[in-house]
Design a protein around this ligand. Structure first.
Ligand code: NAD
Length: 294
């Protein structure tokens, strides 16, 4: 049986690891938060006392951490996790991080005879729970074929974006667009409600019209319009605004590096920074709605 080490059981990692268990993989997990590990143990996973402990005996290592610095400090350096993984192992780095950070880990993994893919995801916590994530994969096509059955246990769409780091490039482009249509949706909802419309009626009209988009379809930011979305649960759960701000920063770095003009992405970053300054960084990113109603 494939032995998988899973590092990072947060909003995304925990449901992803659960789907691996459901698909029959053996999963040993580590997170800095012991309750998260205990929750996976309740579903049939094994607890590890450290990341190094988790990778003992594993042929596949999956990480789902907040940002570049967490990923670099986990894997790189003389005492980094790459030095603990048995030769021939496969690393699937699923966090959203800077393409350059991903390339650093790729190079260090290759130097140690390990295969690595950057495989960030889209689909949110609902997609993670349902096993319907989209994986955007950067790296070697052969490694991807090896990884495919594991990724398929957690996701529905698996795209090979290109060489090392390409998955991260696709991901930051996607999240820049996501932020822009979420902000546009929040702005339109606030305008309609301020002008006397019922938010549910307005949402349905726009969803079926040319303004339709994923935020309206799956993730309406106006509280009470949709059940089971963060907006209807006090903006809890989901995808933290501070992580969206991080991704918009990565998009701006990519724009700088390629002299691309990204005015909407730049504005989106500024609006998310305002949200963070209000102390709302831990709320779901649809809480950007608050900027338009208070
Ligand atoms: P999260 O903050 O909920 O989870 C991160 C987990 O990593 C936490 O449980 C934390 O304790 C753990 N962690 C941090 N450093 C660690 C270390 N050194 N060793 C072990 N565990 C460590 O974040 P999330 O929402 O699960 O997102 C994870 C990644 O996925 C981010 O890069 C995010 O941008 C991306 N992402 C999130 C969503 C979403 O909807 N939440 C969607 C797509 C992509």
């Amino acid at each position: 049986m494939t032995q998988i080490a899973f590092i990072g059981l947060g909003h995304m990692g925990l449901p992803m690891a659960r789907n691996l268990l459901k698909a029959g993989f053996a999963v040993t997990a580590f997170d800095l938060v012991p309750e998260a590990v205990a929750s996976l143990v309740g579903d049939g996973g094994k607890a590890a006392a450290s990341a190094a402990d988790a990778v003992r005996g594993a042929t596949v290592v999956i990480s789902m951490l907040p940002a570049s610095r967490h990923v670099e400090s986990l894997y790189l350096g003389d005492a980094g996790l790459l030095t603990r993984i048995a030769a021939g192992g496969l690393v699937l780095e699923c966090s959203t991080i800077a393409p350059d950070s991903a390339r650093k880990v790729h190079a260090a993994a290759a130097a140690r005879g390990l295969a690595m893919l950057d495989a960030p995801v889209s689909g949110g916590t609902a997609g993670a729970a349902a096993g319907t994530l989209t994986f955007m994969v950067g790296g070697d096509a052969e490694a991807l074929e090896k990884a495919r059955p594991i990724l398929a246990a957690m996701g529905k769409n698996i795209f090979h974006a290109g060489p090392d780091g390409a998955g991260q490039v696709a991901k930051v482009c996607n999240n820049q667009l996501l932020a822009v249509h979420m902000i546009g949706t929040a702005e339109a909802m606030a305008l309609g409600v301020a002008s006397g419309l019922d938010p549910a009626v307005l949402a349905e009209i726009m969803r079926q019209s040319s303004g339709g988009n994923w935020s309206l379809e799956k993730y309406n930011p106006w509280p009470g319009v949709m059940e089971n979305v963060p907006a209807s649960k006090g903006y809890s759960g989901g995808f933290m605004a501070e992580l969206m701000a991080k991704d918009l920063g990565l998009a701006q770095e990519a724009a700088q590096a390629t002299a691309s003009s990204t005015p909407m992405g730049a504005l989106a970053l500024q609006l998310y920074r305002l949200l963070l300054k209000r102390g709302d960084g831990k709320l779901d990113f649809s809480a950007v709605q608050k900027l338009f109603v208070e």
